[in-house]
Design a binder for this molecule. Structure first.
Ligand code: SAM
Ligand code: SF4
Length: 442
């Protein structure tokens, strides 16, 4: 029998990339074949993000494009997974009549059952139970795809922090840590297929294990991953500043496989706004953690997330954000205009900021950071860096691309270098978002 074909379009964060991968594994194990062209698929799954309004809108435009395919091929099944699926549930089936099934963030294990049911019953289906502190990956069979050098591994799901702007606790549920035994087994299965760099994922990895009696903590988990044969590099994201422990900070100087990079979202430089955001730290505490990180590991690259135009943000609050960015000199940052999200406390706060003002602040913040990033990148010119080669460069396929331990992209001519090689590259030129270099050794 010919196998059915599936196509997955993923929006949003690394967590969604990871979930799409696990869904792809489950479908492949049931003899479905993955395709890169939606026009060839029998099943299309859109894995969605609802953290801000813009990515949520993108989902509906993608669905519109797939509807055109369904007109040509009526048997095509279209499903929506991820955070929008969780947020909207049955309403999505009402709003988008050609969607066949909705698969919530904690229901991914049911993908093949849902497809079978859709075909046998003829009903459109919605599976969006969130449950309590349930690990959605528990006992899911592992079928890692070979040929990759880097991989994501989810170590926890959900979040208990309820920052006032954030929808995550409502669409990913309460925080639950996976068993360290399962995480380590998964990493072993990945290294067996050639993976050398793992990125541990969670909304707040620093609180890993806190709510699981008898489980190790995050610094101990890093130590355990360091001992897995075949792992050469370890990364993690995201760290919440309030839970960044001294032991974790010391891990950067101590664990040779732990890469010198931390993504530590600050969100605002104003204590008044941080409090309204319910972030649980002051700017002074954040500054102190940055200093401790730099003392433990002077090479460390520090990146962050910032929100502009949070309700009630006055010009002087925004200036405090610019001031702390200037002072800390982040290696890079992601910045966002605040957007109201359903269920969140911030959505009912007064003092909403007009869009044009948010945009002006965003532009000012980004141009400041561009200068800082350019200076940071220029400081690498002339230095020799270790690069883990990931494959051909996107812009010039005759070149190779990879990352430094500090998470900078490096492109260099190197025709014969296979993915998975560690090479030494001399940085020749710093560009806005990457470095170009010359290969020194194979
Ligand atoms: N767990 C991470 C943390 O605590 O920093 C962040 C996860 S969130 C998926 C990624 C980023 O999206 C946040 O750091 C924040 O900057 C941004 N974000 C979240 N909700 C937002 C909103 N309502 N408006 C604008 N940006 C938002
Ligand atoms: Fe959202 Fe805050 Fe949890 Fe991050 S820590 S996922 S911003 S609630």
């Amino acid at each position: 029998m010919l196998s059915k074909k599936f196509f997955i379009q993923t929006f949003g964060c690394q967590m969604n990339v990871y979930d799409s991968e696990r869904i792809a594994q489950l479908l492949t194990a049931r003899n479905y074949q993955k395709v890169d062209d939606p026009a060839r698929a029998d099943v299309i799954l859109v894995n969605t993000c609802s953290v801000r309004e813009k990515p949520e809108q993108k989902v509906y435009s993608a669905l519109g494009r797939f509807q055109a395919l369904k007109r040509k091929k009526p048997g095509l099944l279209i499903g929506v997974g991820g955070c929008v699926a969780q947020q909207e549930g049955k309403k999505l089936l009402e709003r988008v009549p050609y969607v066949d099934f909705v698969l919530g963030t904690k229901e991914l294990r049911r993908i093949t059952e849902i497809l079978d049911l859709r075909e046998s019953s003829g009903y459109r289906l919605c599976a969006t139970a969130l449950g309590g502190r349930i690990d959605p990956y528990r006992d899911l069979p592992l079928f890692p795809i070979s040929g990759r050098t880097t991989a994501f591994v989810s170590i926890m799901q959900g979040c208990d922090n309820f920052c006032s702007f954030c929808i995550v606790p409502f669409v990913r549920g309460r925080e639950v840590s996976r068993a360290s035994k399962d995480i380590l087994e998964e990493i072993q299965s990945l290294t067996a297929t050639g993976v050398q760099e793992v990125t541990l994922l969670g909304q707040n990895v620093n609180s890993y294990g806190n709510r699981a009696p008898g489980e190790i903590n995050f610094a101990e988990l890093l130590e355990a991953v360091q001992r897995v044969p075949g792992v050469e590099r370890i990364r993690f994201t995201t760290s919440h500043p309030k839970d960044l422990s001294p032991r974790l900070i010391q891990s950067f100087g101590r664990l040779p496989k732990l890469c010198e990079h931390i993504h530590l979202p600050l969100q605002s430089g104003s204590n008044r706004i941080l409090e309204r955001m319910r972030r649980g730290y002051l700017r002074e505490e954040y500054w102190e953690k940055v200093n401790s990180l730099r003392r433990a590991c002077p090479e460390i690259s520090i990146t962050t997330d910032m929100i502009v135009g949070f309700p009630g943000e006055e010009e002087r609050d925004f200036e405090e954000s610019l001031e702390i960015i200037e002072r800390i000199q982040f290696d890079d940052l992601f910045s966002f205009r605040y957007s109201d999200r359903p269920h969140t406390r911030a959505s009912s706060l007064t003092g909403k900021i007009p869009e044009d003002l948010k945009q002006r602040r965003l532009t000012d913040l980004q141009s400041l950071q561009q200068k800082i990033t350019a200076g940071k990148n220029r400081a690498w010119e002339g230095r020799v860096v270790e690069v883990l080669v990931e494959g051909p460069s996107k812009a010039r396929t005759e070149e190779k691309t990879g990352r430094t331990r500090t998470n900078r992209i490096v492109n260099f001519p190197g025709d014969s270098i296979p993915p998975g090689s560690f090479v030494r590259v001399r940085v020749e030129k710093a560009l806005a978002h990457s470095l170009r270099g010359e290969l020194l050794s194979e």
